[in-house]
Design a protein around this ligand. Structure first.
Ligand SMILES: Cc1cc2nc3c(=O)[nH]c(=O)nc-3n(C[C@H](O)[C@H](O)[C@H](O)COP(=O)(O)OP(=O)(O)OC[C@H]3O[C@@H](n4cnc5c(N)ncnc54)[C@H](O)[C@@H]3O)c2cc1C
Length: 454
């Protein structure tokens, strides 16, 4: 009998866990190495004084991708965790007091836009059709396809997409496209926000990224019973059941290779180095970091190309245990800035935290009551932050904390500072250090140029 191929996976984030499961169910021997103490990567959790916080992602879309993974593994997803569709995807608060509820029922959402802005329900429906078309033309090729195979770009599907290239809207920015559909600045700002879903700037990113709105509105937004970390726990359990071997607190310091292929890794455990041979290595660590530090490669075409691309934005997050219940807030909330263009200029040109940031508040305890003690809520309060580039983070944290508190107080008519009973902070520097993400970016490389869509 042929020997099973041995594969090492670097990183037990959502990507590494999923890759390891797929490999294990296809008959490979899989060893998964994680430098941290637990699985999850950016999707981790904090438990403090009776509060539980998801540290990273907070909204689930495209659950069918996860269902497919479980089905392929011959498992019933409901045995592992429960996915709950959201009725209100996000409650948007504007500086002038307007509130727009992004209902997942698109008819209701279109009515909401028509009653709160100068735009019509019809324009929203037309816009969501446009977004759906981008998905139809690109999803199989780019979301579910294999980039590494040039032949996949010579298929009938690829040709069909190429013939309808204008419909995927790569030649104008997201903002310009949104302006062509809507009159009201509020509607435009709401849809421009989707650029931040991959850490980009809506005034620079190609309108092809307006695909995201189809994913959220037409396909739906979800939360998980038990929080996002229940997904990590589920994937961890599934991976163990399928035979994946886990090694925590094991940092890969090198991927060993000759001119043609990789053949092993060097593992650093508390300063002690160990070499191990493998047939294949999958690095689910950041791509720039993998080239620079794991392959020690600054010269190959791919290494040079990736190093020249602008990283995505990062985040500054305050995890606040808050006394009281706040009925004006939903699970997901946005308190918008008054000048979106300036906000992105601060982030990507000045590379500082915005003076007037858009504040995102995620409160999982509104659904999962165990996530906070009685009469309290767990607030995940996040602003977009620049990727790491010589900033003074102590100053940025202090400045941003003040502006966030002042915004929450004025929008929600509260005195939030006096209600905070626990606090932890996540900065771009911590993200970089704890997950090896290049310059602390959340999503790898940004899409702030036309080439991102072509
Ligand atoms: C604050 C925040 C908010 C976010 N919000 C959202 C959201 O709402 N929706 C969304 O879809 N996404 C969101 N994201 C992004 C999302 O978390 C990531 O896209 C996703 O978790 C990335 O998973 P990954 O497995 O690819 O990478 P990671 O989670 O970064 O995992 C990489 C893993 O590799 C490990 N590793 C790296 N180098 C080594 C090494 N040399 N040896 C061993 N291990 C190594 C790291 O420790 C880490 O565990 C957010 C992220 C953050 C931080």
């Amino acid at each position: 009998m042929a020997k099973r191929k041995r594969i090492a996976v670097v990183g037990a984030g959502l990507g590494g866990l999923s890759a390891a499961i797929r490999l294990a169910i296809n008959g490979y021997t899989v060893d998964l190495y994680e430098q941290g103490k637990s699985p999850g990567g950016k999707a981790n959790q904090i438990n403090e004084n009776g509060f539980r916080f998801d540290t990273g992602p907070s909204l689930l879309t495209m659950p069918f991708v996860i269902k497919d993974l479980f089905e392929n593994a011959g498992e019933i997803i409901e045995d592992y965790f429960e996915i709950i569709p959201l009725k209100n995807l996000c409650k948007y608060h504007y500086p002038d007091g307007t509130i727009i509820n992004a209902y997942s029922d698109t008819e209701k959402f279109a009515e909401e836009i028509s009653s709160k802005t100068k735009d019509t329900a019809q324009s929203v429906k037309k816009y969501l059709k446009y977004s759906e078309k981008i998905y139809e033309l690109t999803a199989d090729l780019f979301l579910f396809g294999d980039f590494s195979e040039p032949k996949n770009f010579i298929s009938t599907k690829a040709l069909n997409t190429l013939l309808q290239i204008n419909k995927i809207d790569p030649f104008r920015t997201m903002h310009n496209a949104n302006k062509s559909f809507f009159k009201d600045e509020k509607t435009i700002q709401l849809f421009d926000r989707y650029a931040t879903y991959n850490g980009s700037d809506p005034f620079k990113a190609p309108a092809t990224l307006n695909i995201i709105q189809h994913v959220e509105y037409n396909l739906g937004g979800y939360i998980l019973n038990g929080g996002v970390y229940s997904l990590v726990n589920a994937l961890y359990r599934l991976a163990q059941k399928k035979g994946v071997n886990f090694f925590f607190e094991s940092k890969i310091s090198r991927i060993l290779h000759n001119d043609f292929s990789v053949n092993g890794i060097t593992i650093n455990r508390n300063g002690i180095l160990e070499k191990k041979n493998y047939d294949t290595i999958i690095s689910n660590a950041d791509v720039n970091y993998s080239y620079k530090h794991l392959l020690d490669d600054n010269r190959s075409d791919s290494a040079v190309r990736y190093s020249k691309l602008e990283p995505s934005s990062s985040a500054l997050v305050f995890y606040w245990g808050v006394k009281g219940k706040y009925d004006d807030l939903e699970i997901h909330n946005i308190l918008f800035s008054s000048d979106y263009k300036k906000e992105f200029n601060d982030l990507f040109v000045k590379k500082v935290c915005p003076d007037d940031p858009t504040v995102y508040i995620y409160i999982s305890s509104k659904y999962n009551s165990n996530d906070a003690p009685a009469d309290h809520e767990n607030w995940f309060v996040m602003i977009n932050a620049p990727y790491v580039k010589n900033q003074n983070w102590e100053y940025e944290i202090e400045k941003s904390r003040k502006s966030i508190i002042s915004k929450i107080n004025s929008f929600l008519k509260v005195d939030i500072e006096n209600k905070i009973v626990t606090e932890q902070v996540l900065t771009p520097e911590i993200i970089e250090k704890s997950t090896s993400s290049y310059r602390g970016s959340l999503y790898g490389i940004s899409s702030n140029c036309k080439r991102a869509a072509l």
